[in-house]
Design a protein around this ligand. Sequence first.
Ligand SMILES: [Zn+2]
Length: 85
Amino acid sequence: MSRTISAYAVKRCPVCGKSIGRALVDWENKGDGMHRVYVECPMCRARTNSYANQNLAIESWNDGNVSTNRTYQESLIGFLEVKNG
Ligand SMILES: [Zn+2]
């Protein structure tokens, strides 16, 4: 039986607790012609890995499976921050 999790079921950030996570498309990580999705905290930038669909990303987030380790993110998010100025 599969669980159905809507975007409204996203929990608060397990790291800072200041905001609920938001599902974002990982534009830098395109596999098989499909962009992957991850959940990120807009306050502290904690995030999940990228998943094939939103529900998987949200489920990971709600399980507290997030990363605050910038070493993995630098190549992905740092790229965007430079472009955004
Ligand atoms: Zn946070």
